[in-house]
Design a protein around this ligand. Structure first.
Ligand SMILES: Cc1cc2nc3c(=O)[nH]c(=O)nc-3n(C[C@H](O)[C@H](O)[C@H](O)COP(=O)(O)OP(=O)(O)OC[C@H]3O[C@@H](n4cnc5c(N)ncnc54)[C@H](O)[C@@H]3O)c2cc1C
Length: 344
């Protein structure tokens, strides 16, 4: 079997090399070389392993076109279904610290809280069991996600962390209950405080991008708020001075959640502006009427400095926000996103 030399370059300029056979996908070949790249579904569906091939020929196998960013072009690919036809050079849209050299952690965690925060939306809090390697610590970067195992099934679902690293093992998630969803149904019908879940991770490349003191604008739809909360909480913890805005959107006013948490954050991070956006407001709504992308577009028109833009939520929202940023001339490398796509 032919093999090809693969060279990866991270956003911060680090290089990694491995060999990949023509019938193996790049994600698997990298893992065989103990290079664990950010990825989730492994089936070309979630878009987490998106990257750009800068040199060489490849085949992109069966995948969901929605997993590729709009305007990805012929060089954009998903590593989990990319097969090399020659040696390849690949540019990764994240820094080296998002690559794990070794194995993904698998730990037990107890449910400590499970609260409804809005229609079909839960806040789930877990506490990791302590072990010899990690003690009780929960260690992850803001913006990353964990995979939670559906109890009794060999199935995992990805959820972004809403809190920040801590010594007492706390993990916080905001979860949209999907109609008929496997994990959603378990959460709705069987989950209870005190039960144990198996969690895999942390994983993922989404997160804060160090680029001086450029303003940071965060755009979230629904539970896409989770990684934004994590990043803003980290900024508050480190008292980072970047001007910051959060555009948080929902269809109806009653679907906006975490308002108390956001007020608490504003007290710690006084430069943070929160713009609540409602697409279908009632007569009492006094905030922005429209989607968070409408609000973003409006504010970009007046922006004196082009901000770093962080996007999270359903793919349609991300595609529209990326188009708005591109139209205003925001460079692609200043636009970072996490698509909440179904696992399968
Ligand atoms: C990296 C990453 C991070 C994520 N973080 C979060 C998070 O923090 N909070 C959160 O609520 N979700 C998040 N998601 C989405 C979540 O993993 C999926 O929605 C998951 O499939 C739900 O599992 P389930 O078992 O309840 O439903 P499934 O059994 O997977 O699906 C049941 C049905 O619902 C549909 N469906 C499932 N999810 C979606 C969706 N997101 N949009 C539209 N239709 C859907 C499926 O197509 C299927 O028909 C994330 C996804 C990724 C890739």
């Amino acid at each position: 079997m032919n093999t090809h030399a693969i060279e990866l370059t991270t956003r911060d300029g680090e290089q990694l090399r491995f060999e990949c056979a023509t019938d193996q996908n790049l994600l698997e070949a990298a893992a065989d070389a103990h290079i664990v790249l950010p990825a989730q579904c492994g089936q070309g569906n979630c878009g987490t392993c998106y990257a750009d091939v800068t040199h060489g020929d490849f085949t992109l196998g069966k995948h969901n076109p929605a997993a590729l960013p709009d305007g990805a072009g012929a060089s954009g690919t998903l590593l989990c279904c990319t097969f090399p036809k020659s040696d390849l050079r690949i540019s990764l849209p994240f820094d080296h610290d998002r690559i794990l050299i070794g194995e993904i952690k698998v730990r037990n965690a107890e449910i400590t809280a499970i609260d409804s925060v809005g229609e079909n939306t839960l806040r789930l809090e877990l506490r990791l069991a302590s072990n010899e390697d990690d003690g009780s610590m929960a260690e992850f970067e803001p913006g990353q996600f964990m995979e939670l195992e559906v109890p009794g099934r060999d199935i995992k679902r990805a959820y972004s962390l809403a809190n920040i690293s801590n010594w007492d093992g706390r993990l916080e998630f905001l979860i949209r209950l999907q109609p008929g969803g496997l994990f959603s149904t378990w959460l709705r019908e069987q989950a209870a405080v005190g039960q144990t879940l198996i969690v895999h991770g942390p994983k993922g490349a989404f997160g804060l991008y160090e680029s001086g003191l450029r303003p940071r604008w965060f755009v979230a739809g629904g539970t896409g708020l989770a990684p934004m909360l994590s990043m803003l909480r980290r900024m508050a913890e480190f008292q980072e001075p970047h001007p910051a805005r959060l555009y948080f959107g929902a269809n109806r006013p009653e679907e906006l959640f975490c308002q108390t948490e956001l007020k608490a954050l504003q007290a710690e991070l006084p430069q943070l502006q929160v713009i609540f956006c409602v697409w279908k407001p009632d007569n009492n709504w006094q905030g922005f009427c429209g989607t968070p992308v409408d609000a973003l577009t409006q504010d970009l028109a007046d922006a004196a400095v082009l901000p770093d833009i962080y996007l999270c939520g359903p793919p349609a929202l991300i595609n529209a926000a990326e188009a708005a940023a591109r139209a205003k001339g925001v460079p692609d490398k200043q636009v970072l996103s996490e698509r909440f796509l179904p696992t399968v």
